[in-house]
Ligand binder design. Structure first.
Ligand code: SF4
Length: 353
């Protein structure tokens, strides 16, 4: 029964069209490079060549902030040279690289720091090389299953209409008895993926959050309504479905916010979505470097970045993170876990971190 919690947006979120497109010359030797070139021409976009994405230093814009905003709407089409995959714990064994960068403006996004001064969007055209490397990783771990995460450095669903790379990955994994794909998105443009043969080897996850978080910290992403409607279509297409609630943010009224989130999910999801449903829970964290970058790029942000209110957690690679103190983290974990099991008793919580 509808409780009226879900409201369609007044305006639909449009697919991403960049303002500027760069090609690395080798990219044009690949059919995908040629296809993207044709698409960019049809869209009437300014097209430039660059010997390497590292040489893109002359983006338009007066201030650093303007340059940053334009970089987020700049597409670089190139080759993925490093075919050594990073690990991707806890969600998968490896990160599979198909794109880097994102057009959305989530204030908390860790790409702010990992991409540093190069926030433009890169898509890679040599998918065959990437899949060959994936095949080797699968063989090395046989007879264990190997999971690949495709959204570690980007939101690939938001770029699918340009690159078509997820389609290739999904169809490849469908043929691999020991290969699994997973990715997460905040976009609803799932149509090109619905009719694919996936063999249930791809877990499609949507990033969702309390209203307060989506409204204040996730500009230029699809609305909650759009995401959840897309999740229903994905479930109907037979994909295993999941939700990542991240970042979980302590804010005034957080219990109501997260309770309402789970109520809305329950109201919107078709029955078939709930039999094999997973949740991943990630509390908000930040590093000192991230704090500086976020405050420069989103100076009016309401994101709470006060180290004195947090617990310091040492990191594996030197720089530690600020997470919530144990009492707050436990309260968040317990409350949200209860809500999940109350609404979706058959679902599985993969982790809380
Ligand atoms: Fe970052 Fe994801 Fe937001 Fe893109 S949608 S800015 S990848 S958090």
């Amino acid at each position: 029964m509808s409780t009226g919690l879900l409201t369609p947006p007044i305006r639909q979120t449009q697919v991403f069209v960049p303002e500027l497109v760069y090609f690395e010359p080798d990219a044009l030797n690949y059919p995908k490079g040629q296809r993207i070139l044709e698409w960019a021409k049809q869209q009437g976009l300014p097209i430039q060549m660059t010997t390497s994405h590292n040489r893109i230093t002359n983006l338009p814009g007066e201030s650093d902030l303007e340059k940053y905003k334009i970089a987020k709407r700049t597409l670089v089409v190139g080759i993925r040279k490093t075919l050594k995959f990073d690990t991707s714990k806890p969600s998968a064994e490896y990160a599979i690289p198909i794109a880097t960068g994102c057009m959305a403006h989530c204030h908390y996004c860790y790409l702010q720091t990992t991409l540093g001064a190069k926030p433009y969007i890169r898509v890679y055209v040599n998918t065959d090389d990437i899949l060959k490397a994936a095949k080797q990783y699968i063989e090395e771990r046989a007879p264990e299953i190997t999971r690949f995460e495709a959204a570690c450095t980007s939101d690939p669903v938001g770029l699918e209409h340009i690159s078509g790379s997820l389609k290739e990955l999904i169809e490849f994994m469908a043929r691999e008895p020991l290969g699994r794909l997973r990715f997460v998105t905040k976009f609803h443009h799932v149509e090109p993926l619905l009719g694919l043969k996936h063999n249930k080897h791809t877990r499609f996850r949507f990033s969702v959050n309390a209203d307060y978080v989506i409204k204040n910290f996730e500009p230029a992403t699809s609305s909650f309504y759009e995401r959840i409607t897309a999740a229903g279509k994905v479930a109907q297409a037979g994909y295993p479905l999941g939700f990542i609630i991240a970042p979980i943010i302590w804010h005034e009224g957080w219990e109501n916010g997260y309770q309402e989130l789970l109520e809305k999910l329950k109201e919107a999801l078709p029955e078939e979505a709930t039999s094999d449903l997973t949740f991943e829970l990630i509390q908000h964290r930040f590093t000192k470097t991230a704090k500086t970058v976020i405050q420069q790029r989103y100076p009016k942000t309401k994101l709470e970045l006060d180290e004195t209110k947090r617990k310091y957690k040492w990191g594996r690679w030197g720089q530690g993170k600020y997470v919530y103190p144990d009492d707050q983290a436990n309260a968040l974990r317990e409350f949200i876990t209860e809500q999940i099991f109350e609404k979706f008793p058959q679902s599985k919580i993969d982790y809380f971190t």
